[in-house]
Ligand binder design. Structure first.
Ligand SMILES: Cc1ncc(COP(=O)(O)O)c(C=O)c1O
Length: 371
């Protein structure tokens, strides 16, 4: 053990580093390309709300002044929007949804606590659990690539501290049945905290995919996470928001950093919340793009799971990692580090370009079949 390892908490020593999507710049440099299309990080390719951009510019003039220390303005606004009172005491603001996922591990997970989830899924909470000495119990998603709530329920023990359901799920794009999820939440024993990650739910454009925010009641250990990074197109501003009952809130708010998000970020998200037009048009255009991409990939012989998000998860029947590499050489970045390919839905011009590049690579025949 080297000197620094000896000083480090055991939970931190063993976690693998997060692998982010490749940047366009690094791929341009590597393959000497002028143009790269990055559809790997589920960003909103329609940009941000023009109202948010104007608010950022205006707030930049006061960058020398600390922001609202506890984000009260934003908490109150979100609380009322989602049917709570105007105290702001059901809402936690964090540096992206990633911020709260980290904090949940820090606040609740003790050595030996069990945490139940499915895989593949977004890994930030798994990682936070491990950092804090918890044990991750990760079950496979069903054949349909959906969170397996029955299998999760069967793994709840006296040691379970937390369960995590990403709905709709990243990277599979699928959503669980809302009635089933509601029953699952209500069936959890008192010593279990249920965390639902709804980072993508606004893209579902399907009333059957219901948010669980309305289930939050005193006495129910339910935490529902959302973000401004996806539908609101503000990934660069780093703001997440999370709903919970007041009892849980009083604990989480104590643990949250003061001034957790900056002045320009707060201004941006406050303005974005009022821009219904941007949200609706993003939603419609993503649904249209998703339909187009699903149809085109299916025509190429791929299996595409029904997506409720701004990305698709699809089985090309080829080696997923090598396919991603070959696409990169042609200037297209997708995610190739899961079992199947995950591709962000872009603007229609980008979706067409993406399909053309995929067709070219498939026609070249350099990617071996999946094992
Ligand atoms: C399911 C899910 N949750 C949370 C996050 C974190 O989002 P952010 O930290 O940008 O708000 C992501 C990011 O891709 C995600 O896919």
């Amino acid at each position: 053990m080297n000197k620094i390892d000896a000083l480090t908490k055991p939970g931190i020593q063993n976690i693998p580093p997060y692998v982010p999507g490749k940047t366009s710049e690094s791929v341009k440099e590597k393959y000497h390309l002028d143009h790269v299309l990055k559809l790997a990080s589920n960003e909103n390719q329609y940009g941000s709300s023009p109202k948010a951009v104007a608010a950022i510019k205006e707030a930049a003039d006061s960058a020398n002044i600390y922001p609202d220390p506890f984000c009260m303005g934003l908490r109150k606004k979100l609380g009322v929007m989602y049917g709570f009172d105007d105290s702001g005491d059901n809402v936690i603001i964090s540096a992206g949804a990633s911020g709260i996922l980290s904090l949940l591990g820090e606040v609740f997970i003790c050595e030996g606590d069990e945490y139940v989830t499915c895989e593949p899924t977004f890994g930030a909470l798994n990682s936070a659990v491990k950092r804090n000495g918890g044990k991750v119990i990760s079950l496979p998603v069903t054949e349909d690539q959906v969170f397996d709530l029955d299998a999760m329920a069967a793994k709840i023990t006296d040691k379970t501290k937390m369960v995590y359901i990403c709905n709709p799920n990243n990277p599979t794009g699928t959503a669980v049945d809302s009635d089933k999820l509601r029953s699952f939440i209500h069936s959890m024993p008192e010593h279990v905290i249920t965390v639902i990650d709804e980072a993508y739910i606004e893209f579902a454009s399907d009333p059957a995919v219901e948010s669980m925010v309305s289930e939050i009641k005193e006495g129910l250990n339910l935490i529902v996470i959302k973000t401004f990074s996806k539908i609101y197109g503000l990934a660069g501003e780093r703001v997440g928001y999370t709903f919970m009952n007041k009892e849980l809130h009083s604990i989480m708010q104590k643990a949250t950093s003061v001034f957790v998000v900056g002045r320009t970020s707060l201004a941006a998200v406050m303005a974005a919340l009022d821009d219904k037009e941007f949200i609706e048009s993003t939603c419609e255009r993503i649904a249209e793009g998703r339909e187009y991409v699903t149809k085109e990939l299916t025509a190429l012989g791929w299996k595409v799971w029904p997506s409720k998000t701004n990305f698709v998860y699809a089985d090309s029947h080829l080696d997923t990692a090598i396919l991603a590499q070959e696409l990169e050489k042609k200037g297209l970045i997708i995610r190739g580090n899961f079992k199947y390919s995950r591709i962000t839905i872009g603007r229609m011009d980008q979706n067409r370009e993406m399909i053309d590049i995929i067709k070219t690579v498939m026609a070249e025949g350099n990617v071996p079949a999946a094992e």
